[in-house]
Ligand binder design. Structure first.
Ligand code: PGA
Length: 254
């Protein structure tokens, strides 16, 4: 079974609720028409409700950018899995900005992945090495350690997506090369095969993330282990994001 490519737009802490609705309005009709690619928008929490209503009846899916792992209770300011499960199909977990600005560890992310799965949300689990780790030749060790740590104790991560995002490539305009990313993603797939078997690993979708644009998406999508992209900056421009999704559909159709 070929894997359905998946392009997700991570809007990060950008767009007010009104701006978010306007941005979806700019891309909705054209995105909806593209077949053969799963299209996921990940706006800020405060816009999820409005966007969920806008995309009803379309082929566009919704994702959140983070989540707490507890179901409910006295956790002021946090957002729970069942809150998101009413609105979203996906949730980004362990993004490098969460790891670096908010101190998220593999242990915490592991609890979040478990909670997402328990509530029927598909986790987009982010892994990736820093520049220093890369230059020290530690990429494989770091990335496979994150995969194992974040999936520890999870019997069967149905619906999991992994995003390989080298930290040095995020928001820097300095993307990895297609073959470079593909090599690490092949190792991620092997690691998942060791945990869940070959068939599961072959069905697992792995995205590349880090300075993806309409100018370089082709280089990634043509690689065998790259099943899509997690797009930050370029997902905030309607024409750019639509172009990325369209190129993915065309190239993966072969
Ligand atoms: P970028 O961000 O495309 O702006 O580099 C990617 C991400 O952080 O998911």
């Amino acid at each position: 079974m070929p894997r359905l490519p998946i392009i997700a737009g991570n809007w990060k802490m950008n767009t007010t609720p009104h701006q978010a609705v306007a941005l979806v309005g700019e891309m909705l009709a054209e995105l909806d028409e593209v077949r053969g690619v799963e299209k996921v928008l990940c706006p800020p929490f405060v816009s999820l409700g409005a966007i969920e209503r806008l995309i009803q009846g379309t082929s566009i899916k919704l994702g959140a950018q983070n989540m707490y792992f507890e179901e409910k209770g006295a956790y002021t300011g946090e957002v729970s899995p069942p809150m998101l499960a009413e609105l979203c199909q996906y949730v980004i977990l362990g993004h490098s900005e969460r790891r670096h600005h908010f101190g998220e560890t593999d242990e915490l992310i592991n609890q979040k992945v478990k909670a997402a799965l328990a509530f029927g949300l598909n986790p987009i689990l982010c892994v990736g090495e820093t520049l220093a780790e890369n230059e020290a030749g530690r990429t494989v060790e770091v990335v496979t350690g994150q995969v194992r740590g974040c999936l520890a104790g999870i019997e069967w991560p149905q619906g999991l997506v992994i995003a390989y995002e080298p930290v040095w490539a995020i928001g820097t305009g300095r993307a990895a090369s297609g073959p470079q990313a593909n090599a690490i993603m092949g190792i991620i797939r092997d690691t998942v095969a060791q945990l869940y078997g070959q068939a599961f690993a072959e069905g697992l979708r792995i995205q590349y993330g880090g300075s993806v644009t309409s100018a370089n998406i082709g280089e990634f999508i043509e690689q065998p282990h790259i099943d899509g992209a997690l797009v930050g900056g370029a997902s905030l421009q309607a024409a750019e994001f639509i172009d990325i999704v369209r190129q993915t559909a065309t190239l993966k159709r072969g």
